[in-house]
Design a protein around this ligand. Structure first.
Ligand SMILES: Nc1ncnc2c1ncn2[C@@H]1O[C@H](COP(=O)(O)OP(=O)(O)O)[C@@H](O)[C@H]1O
Ligand SMILES: [Mg+2]
Length: 337
């Protein structure tokens, strides 16, 4: 029988919450009382968090990652029939041992972090010396100066790439959400705009803000800085000469929606999900010419996830973009940072 032979654990309960079926894989993964069949899940399943998923009064489809002994289990539960009469229903829980998968992910992440770290050091040296050479540009043969410029630009690209990769693997390695506190938004935005002011000036861009006074949200200050920083950096890169970049906050329910708005090249709706993937770029040639690593929005998406922010994008090709980050309002009881 398929269920018996399945490498995944299967538990079925009836509408009273009693176990009617437990397959062998489940008995191997999960501490259970002897002869569990016929007993209430809360008595038979010795991991309360998993027993709770089988409560016959529940109607949801939860997913739970939980360490049981030395194993990492992914547990999914569903109800077994439609609740037409509003009554209780049997539940089904599927258990998958994801220990190896998680370990492989961890190795991958550590490997990327180590490689990035090792390669960053020589790249920094090359970038540094190239820049030093360019300080005395007039001493150089123009032909040589142009070559050193190429070396300098590419070495910078490498260090930026390694920085982003290191940062991403650091976020990946961190279990659970980032520490949250009340964050005053205006200074975070000001810092980000200061950092891009020089680049914005070379394209004659106007930078403006709205609605930021007194806005405090629940977030992680460093993470929010990276999010807004990456978004305004993109806004500069993908704006036309003489454009306008606007950063502001609007009330949304009990929270605030922080918006980064540009009137630049825009993004076709079919690309909206893809731009948040690692290394994905809509127009490879153009993006490469504009600099950057292709990791900015992947970092933004990952950080938003880690601080419980909802990220969304509104954009049409040719009519600019609005990146929006929805965060809960911080009430006065929470200390500002
Ligand atoms: N404000 C924007 N306007 C238009 N396109 C954008 C904008 N922000 C991001 N994109 C598109 O999404 C891609 C991914 O962005 P990102 O991850 O920050 O990488 P990049 O290093 O290329 O900026 C970009 O290459 C670009 O094609
Ligand atoms: Mg970017």
């Amino acid at each position: 029988m398929l269920v018996e032979a399945s490498p995944n654990g299967v538990i079925v309960t009836d509408d009273q919450g009693r176990l009617v079926r437990v397959n062998p894989a489940c008995s191997r993964m999960l501490p259970l009382v002897g002869d569990p069949v016929g007993r209430l899940a809360r008595d038979a399943v010795l991991v309360p968090e998993i027993a709770a998923l089988l409560d016959p009064d529940r109607d949801d489809r939860p997913e739970l990652m939980i360490a049981v002994g030395h194993h990492e289990l992914l547990v999914r539960a569903v109800s077994l029939a439609d609740r037409a009469d509003g009554g209780r229903r049997g539940r089904l829980a599927l258990l998958e041992d994801v220990t190896k998968l998680r370990r492989a992910e961890q190795y991958r992440s550590e490997f990327v972090a180590n490689v990035s770290h090792e390669l960053r050091t020589p790249a920094t040296a090359i970038a540094g010396y190239a820049e030093t050479l360019l300080e005395d540009r007039d001493q150089l043969d123009p032909h040589v100066a142009r070559m050193v410029e190429v070396i300098s630009r590419n070495a910078r690209r490498l260090t930026d790439l390694f920085d982003d990769l290191l940062y991403l693997s650091r976020i990946d390695a961190q279990e659970g959400p980032l520490p949250l506190s009340a964050v005053v938004v205006a200074p975070v935005v000001t810092e980000c705009l200061d950092k891009i002011a020089a680049a914005a000036a070379t394209k004659d861009l106007t930078l403006q803000t709205f609605g930021l006074d007194g806005v405090r949200v629940i977030a992680n200050r460093e993470a929010l800085g990276h999010v807004v920083g990456n978004l305004v950096e993109n806004a500069v890169k993908y704006s036309h000469h003489g454009g306008v970049i606007t950063v502001g906050a609007r009330r949304r329910g009990s929270g605030w929606r922080i918006e980064v708005i540009d009137v630049g090249i825009g993004i076709e709706p079919s690309q909206h999900d893809r731009v948040f993937e690692r290394f994905y770029r809509v127009d490879k040639g153009r993006s490469r010419a504009a600099g950057g690593t292709g990791l900015g929005l992947a970092i933004v998406a990952r950080l938003c996830d880690k601080i419980g922010a909802e990220l969304s994008l509104r954009s049409q090709l040719g009519s600019g973009s609005v990146f929006r980050v929805l965060l809960p309002q911080a009430d006065d009881a929470i200390a500002a940072s």
